[in-house]
Design a protein. Structure first.
Length: 250
């Protein structure tokens, strides 16, 4: 092999993701979560701040990984979409789709996820003081013990994200939901491969998107009827899109 063929390793997709992150963020990190995670003393580096352009991937719908808010909620409504073998693009002209990265909900989500290494939706109760410190909240020992009893009244040893937000950031989850209830907007998809386009004519595909208030099991990302809808539901769990021509992400 030539030297330049060995610089980016595609094994398990790590090298490919590093190259993509370099193009999107300017830093060749391997991971797509926010900030850093400590896994048994091994520090894993993710994306450090809200990015201009976003990234969504079919691998999240398949539950291989979870994209953090810094890539999932970029400054501009443009997302690179990853499939098993190809990259395409979705975007909208509706700037209201981009939520500020300093909303109370997003700050709580980022801090919680940095301790929820495996993405289970909960953290050990022993990590509560670390979580409060990340959010610049009171870390007095007596207060921490009091909050442990409030957040884990049954003594299970874990703290659920939803309970944490409802208790310590009241109203944040409701405010986040209200931003997108019954929201409608136009979405566009672009796939540059001729063989993936109707009549081999590369073109932008236009879709009318709607985010609904109610969630049901039929809206599960992993069972959505098309691969693109599976990807979109990793960001908007209740989204439906009616396309002029069904797009392909392969």
């Amino acid at each position: 092999k030539q030297w330049y063929q060995r610089r980016v390793r595609g094994t398990f997709g790590h090298g490919n993701q590093s190259l993509l992150n370099l193009m999107l963020t300017g830093i060749a990190t391997t991971n797509v979560f926010d900030l850093t995670k400590d896994v048994a003393g091994l520090v894993l580096v993710g994306v450090q701040q809200q990015n201009d352009i976003g990234f969504l991937t079919l691998l999240e719908a398949l539950r291989y990984l979870k994209v953090g808010d810094f890539l999932k909620c970029p400054k501009y409504p443009i997302w690179v979409v990853g499939s098993e073998s190809h990259l395409t693009l979705v975007f909208s002209r509706d700037r209201s789709l981009c939520v500020s990265d300093n909303t109370p909900f997003k700050m709580a989500r980022t801090a919680f996820d940095s301790l929820d290494v495996e993405g289970n939706g909960f953290i050990p109760v022993t990590d509560l003081s670390k979580l409060l410190e990340k959010l610049d909240m009171v870390v007095d020992p007596d207060y921490v013990e009091f909050m442990k009893e409030r957040l884990d009244p049954d003594g299970t040893g874990i703290i659920l994200f939803q309970i944490f937000v409802e208790e310590l950031v009241p109203g944040a989850m409701e405010a986040q939901d209200e931003m997108f209830q019954h929201k409608q907007f136009t979405m566009y998809h672009y796939n540059g491969l001729k063989q993936s386009n109707e009549d081999r004519q590369v073109a932008f595909r236009e879709g009318n998107a709607c985010i609904y208030m109610e969630y049901n099991q039929l809206m599960e990302a992993s069972t959505a009827p098309t691969p693109l809808l599976r990807v979109l539901r990793t960001k908007w769990p209740t989204i439906e899109v009616e396309w002029n021509v069904t797009p392909s992400i392969s």
